[in-house]
Ligand binder design. Sequence first.
Ligand SMILES: Cc1ncc(COP(=O)(O)O)c(C=O)c1O
Length: 377
Amino acid sequence: MGFSTDAIHAGQKPDPVTGAISVPIYMTSTYEQDELGKHKGYEYGRTHNLTRQSLEANIAALEKAKYGIAFSSGLAAIHNLMYLHKPGDHIICSDNVYGGTFRLLELNLKEFGLNFSWVDTSDIENIKNAFTEKTKMVYVETPTNPMLNISDLKAISEFCKSKDILHVVDNTFMTPFFQRPIELGADIVLHSTTKYLNGHCDVVGGIILTSNEAAHERLRYLQNAAGSIPSPFDCWLTLRSTKTLAVRMERHNKNAIKIAEYLNIKFPGKVVYPGLESHPDHELAKKQMSGFGGMISVDVGFYSEAKKIVDSLKIITLAESLGGVESLVCHPASMTHGSVPKEDRDKLGITDGLIRFSVGIEDVEDLIADIASALQI
Ligand SMILES: Cc1ncc(COP(=O)(O)O)c(C=O)c1O
């Protein structure tokens, strides 16, 4: 099936009792059992919920994975993923990930005996050099948040297979519409569904997708054991949203290309967007992604300048998060990446002058006028 057909139909059959086209929201914490030792496949809400299962099957189909496991947030998904490890295990991570991911792994899970190497995964040599006999996973964000660095997923997958370790990709920025890491050899894909997959800034959620039977079985067990499940209503909202993922992503991409090209001509400072030829990994982006997405980072020099600009935008809203239909702007150094030490931020390019746009699907002329007026260009 084509992407949009799967987006609208996969995991969602009309309700067998009423014929309802929209999957019902099963608001129940428990289920009647036929007799002791015999139930209908549904025992308890933490373990089984049909609205959640529909969402999991839907996004799994889009990522070309056999299985999906939905969580109460993107970070809950990442936390659960890390339960696959034992004290002493070593994980190689992209050095520029979402600040909350860095905080969870480096500032919290390290205390439980896990070891992390933070390397620039856009150069595979850094992964090879960081590998030790204790390495169990390579965890990659591509494009990264907020510097939009690109890593070669096929090459990393081949390396991970040769070492018999897991290759995990946070695909939040691209969504399966533009990039499908499992088709490129990755073992596990995860998302903050809070972002493009839900796309309307009204749900916090996460999901893990995989075709690896052993990883799926263990993660499913661990989710039930740890309990970080999404509500049936949140699952329903996200399922409603994936139906329009293709049309939304096309528009995010189209608007972002126009804005990035405009900034590239008019703005004298650094403009980072994978669709620009000036992006160091533009060629790789064209090879492994079918679009460039809706995220643009711009370095305006100083905190005072960044503050003046984000405060004067009228349509584009100053807020955390990204991937919604409404355009947002944020100041990563003080917002999304505030828990990354300043020294590390500066090395990564997350300067006090960096602002990050999540380009929405409004009329692009209005967005360009808003940006032009705020940047005085
Ligand atoms: C790339 C990426 N991964 C994971 C997360 C965490 O997701 P959540 O906020 O849903 O917990 C975020 C949040 O911004 C993100 O940007």
